[in-house]
Design a binder for this molecule. Structure first.
Ligand SMILES: Nc1nc2c(ncn2[C@@H]2O[C@H](COP(=O)(O)OP(=O)(O)OP(=O)(O)O)[C@@H](O)[C@H]2O)c(=O)[nH]1
Length: 368
C-alpha cells in the first residue's frame, strides 16, 4: 500500500524487530553505513544495551554512519510505555527544526510490534510520521533447527529480567506475532545454512506471514538501504491481519480499547505476573548518596532469586532523583535530569524470593 499524496510529507519510520541474537544490531549497523546522506534518528530499546549501545553510539563517531542521534527508551517494554516514553520521544524528534529524514526503531523482539505500530495513530504523531515497514529479523539457522533464537536461554533471561514484559505466552507465540506483523522478513544468517535448508525455512516463514509480504535472505544483515527503507507500507493504516496472540489475549476483555486510552494502557491491561517470576514494588525513603544506593541495591541483588532492581529514589540534599538499574552484579545509578516521582524500586525475581529481607535492606534509609 502506498502512502497517499497527503502523507508524502510524513517522516517514514522503520520498526526492526527480532529476538536477541537474530542480527538486528548487525543489520542496523550495516544500514547506517549504507544510508549515508540520510539523516536517520535511531530509537533503541533499553535491552539494545546488550551489545547495541556501545557499538552503535561509537559507530556514530564514524563519518560513514548516518545516525544523527540515538535515543534510548528508558523501559524495555514499548507496549507498556507508549504514552510515557515512546510518544514523547517521537514528539521531540518531529518538533526539531531539522526533523530526521527517517526514523529507525529497534525493539527487543520481546516487546511486540503491534502496540507500537498502533501508537502511530496517536494524534500528535499520525500526521507527521508513518510506519515505513515492520522489518522482522529471523535467525535462519536457529529456525532451521526448530528454535526461535540461537540462544533461547538468553532470550528467556532477557525476558525474565524485565518486569514490564509479558511472561505468559510461550516464546513461539512472540515469534508468530513478530512474523504476522511484518512487512518485510529478513532471513538472516543465511550463510549458516545450505540452499535447501534456506528454502525450507523460507517456505515455513511464508506460511506464517500475511499475503504478499516480502522475504529476503541476508548474510550479516547486509541489504541495500533501499531494500530496507522507503517501503511506504503505512502499516498503521493496515492493521488487518496483523493482530498477534498477545493482543488477542489482552483484548478479550476490552473490546472497546483504542488509542484514546493508551495513556492508561499499562494500568489496566498488562498483568505481567507469572508463576515463575514475581515483581514487587518497594517504597523507599531517602538514601544518603549514590554509594549508599549502590551498596544497598547490591546487597539486595545478592538475595537468592533476585534478577533485577530498577526505579528512582530520593537522595539527601539532592533535588533530582537518582535512577537505579541493577542487573546481575552491575548496579548503575545516575541523577535524572527530569524530576520523576522518586521513592520506588521494583524488584524482579524468581517466585519465592525473600521479599522481607530485601525490604529490610532497601528501606534502611536516612529518613522515611
Ligand atoms: N554467521 C552469521 N553470524 C551473524 C550474522 N548476523 C549476525 N551474526 C552474528 O550473530 C550475533 C548476534 O548478532 P547481533 O547483531 O548482535 O544480533 P541481535 O542480538 O539481534 O542484536 P541486539 O539484540 O540488538 O543485541 C553476533 O555475534 C553477530 O556477529 C549472519 O548473517 N551470519
Amino acid at each position: 500500500m502506498s502512502a497517499g499524496p497527503s502523507s508524502s510529507a510524513k517522516i517514514p519510520a522503520t520498526i526492526v524487530t527480532g529476538f536477541l541474537g537474530a542480527g538486528k544490531t548487525t543489520l542496523l549497523t550495516n544500514l547506517l553505513t549504507e544510508a549515508k546522506g540520510k539523516r536517520i534518528a535511531l530509537i533503541v530499546n533499553e535491552f539494545g544495551d546488550m551489545g547495541f549501545d556501545g557499538s552503535l553510539v561509537d559507530g556514530c563517531a564514524d563519518p560513514n554512519c548516518a545516525a544523527e542521534e540515538v535515543v534510548e527508551l528508558t523501559n524495555g517494554c514499548i507496549c507498556c510505555t507508549v504514552a510515557d516514553d515512546f510518544l514523547p520521544t517521537m514528539e521531540m524528534l518531529i518538533s526539531r527544526d531539522q526533523a530526521p529524514d527517517h526514523i529507525v526503531i529497534e525493539t527487543s523482539g520481546l516487546a511486540l510490534p503491534q502496540p507500537l505500530v498502533r501508537a502511530f495513530s496517536w494524534p500528535s504523531v499520525r500526521n507527521r510520521v508513518t510506519v515505513d515497514a515492520v522489518v522482522t529479523v529471523v535467525d535462519t539457522a536457529a529456525v532451521a533447527e526448530g528454535r526461535v533464537a540461537a540462544d533461547e536461554a538468553a532470550v528467556a533471561a532477557q525476558r525474565a529480567a524485565d518486569e514490564a514484559l509479558d511472561h505468559d505466552s510461550p516464546v513461539e507465540e512472540l515469534f508468530a506475532d513478530q512474523l504476522v506483523c511484518a512487512d518485510l522478513v529478513v532471513l538472516n544468517k543465511s550463510d549458516l545454512v545450505d540452499a535447501e535448508t534456506l528454502d525450507r525455512v523460507r517456505q515455513s516463514v511464508a506460511a506464517r506471514v500475511r499475503p504478499a509480504v516480502e522475504i529476503v535472505a541476508a548474510e550479516r544483515g547486509s541489504l541495500a538501504a533501499d531494500v530496507l527503507l522507503g517501503r511506504a507500507s503505512a502499516s498503521e493504516d493496515d492493521m488487518t491481519g496483523r493482530a498477534g496472540h498477545h493482543e488477542a489475549h489482552h483484548h478479550d476483555d476490552d473490546d472497546d480499547h483504542d488509542h484514546d486510552d493508551d495513556h492508561d494502557h499499562h494500568h489496566h491491561h498488562h498483568d505481567h505476573d507469572h508463576d515463575e517470576f514475581a515483581s514487587h514494588v518497594i517504597e523507599t525513603g531517602v538514601f544518603a548518596g549514590l554509594d549508599d544506593i549502590r551498596d544497598k541495591v547490591a546487597a539486595a541483588m545478592a538475595v537468592p532469586g533476585v534478577l533485577r532492581i530498577k526505579g528512582a529514589v530520593a537522595v539527601a540534599g539532592k533535588p533530582a532523583p537518582a535512577m537505579v538499574q541493577a542487573v546481575g552484579p552491575r548496579v548503575e545509578t545516575w541523577f535524572a535530569r527530569d524530576a520523576r516521582a522518586p521513592g520506588r524500586l521494583v524488584v524482579i525475581g524468581l517466585s519465592g524470593f525473600d521479599l522481607s529481607r530485601i525490604e529490610d535492606i532497601l528501606r534502611a534509609t536516612v529518613a522515611a
